[in-house]
Write a protein that binds this ligand. Structure first.
Ligand code: AP5
Length: 209
């Protein structure tokens, strides 16, 4: 089973596409953003510390993220591979992930970069809505929720916060690709198009076997 990184700017469709591939691949989606939002919702002290960074669109410090990832990778469902969504997001996180997977005799098999132009990102993020009951994500225009579904907006999905998240992506996260490129692991996929179309493009570049 593979260990895959779904990579790309905020709003590129990493979460949407990861969820679509979980059952076909038989491995879980591990989204650091989702784990942190659940912790924040629980009202725990740790959640409050995450919130200090997340509400401003700033990256949570590496040591806090890595502690969380170490625990998550020990769970049974992640024993045979995972889709990492929104992680690693800095070079130190990528180096630490190599170490964590190496200790399990595993390694990253592919880094799939979803490419979406900056103009589309703000529209996608500000139009995103979530059904708090199921966790299902929608978009007011591209993937509208079924009639009668009560949806909410993520607190960090305002235009101002998205611009900060995008700036951090360019400065801190994009350089992570240079960590994987020498190993020939990086593959770029056009993230613009219908949801099925993008899923098919990803399936076409997944590791075989
Ligand atoms: P996180 O939750 O990871 O957010 P993100 O990377 O900014 O990514 P998003 O969830 O916004 O976008 P996505 O690419 O998953 O797109 P989606 O599929 O939802 O992180 C949030 C915060 O947590 C960070 O800012 C940071 O503070 C912290 N954090 C998390 N991980 C961290 C880490 N490793 N280190 C440090 N800090 C960390 O799609 C977006 C919208 O577009 C949806 O409405 C969707 O319906 C729509 N859409 C999807 N595909 C298409 C399509 N093909 N066409 C049209 N619309 C589409």
């Amino acid at each position: 089973m593979p260990d895959l990184v779904f990579f790309g700017p905020p709003g590129a469709g990493k979460g949407t596409q990861a969820k679509r591939l979980v059952s076909a691949l038989g491995i879980p989606q591990i989204s650091t953003g989702e784990i942190m939002r659940a912790e924040r919702k629980s009202g725990s002290e740790l959640g409050q510390r995450f919130d200090e960074f997340m509400s401003k669109g700033k990256l949570v410090p590496d040591e806090m993220v890595l502690e969380l990832m170490e625990k998550r990778l020990k769970q049974e469902d992640a024993a045979r591979g995972a889709i990492f969504d929104g992680f690693p997001r800095s070079v130190p996180q990528a180096e630490a992930l190599d170490g964590l997977l190496g200790s399990l005799d595993r390694q990253i098999d592919k880094v799939i970069v979803l490419e979406v132009p900056e103009d589309s990102i703000v529209e996608r993020i500000t139009g995103r809505r979530i059904d708090p009951a199921s966790g299902q994500e929608y978009h007011v225009r591209y993937n509208p929720p079924p009639a009668g579904t009560e949806v909410v907006q993520r607190a960090d999905d305002t235009e101002e916060v998205v611009r900060t998240r995008y700036a951090d992506y360019k400065a801190i996260t994009e350089p992570v690709l240079q960590h994987y490129e020498p190993r020939g692991l990086v593959v770029t996929v056009d993230g613009v198009g219908g949801l099925d179309e993008v899923t098919e493009r990803i399936e076409a570049v997944l590791p075989k076997g």
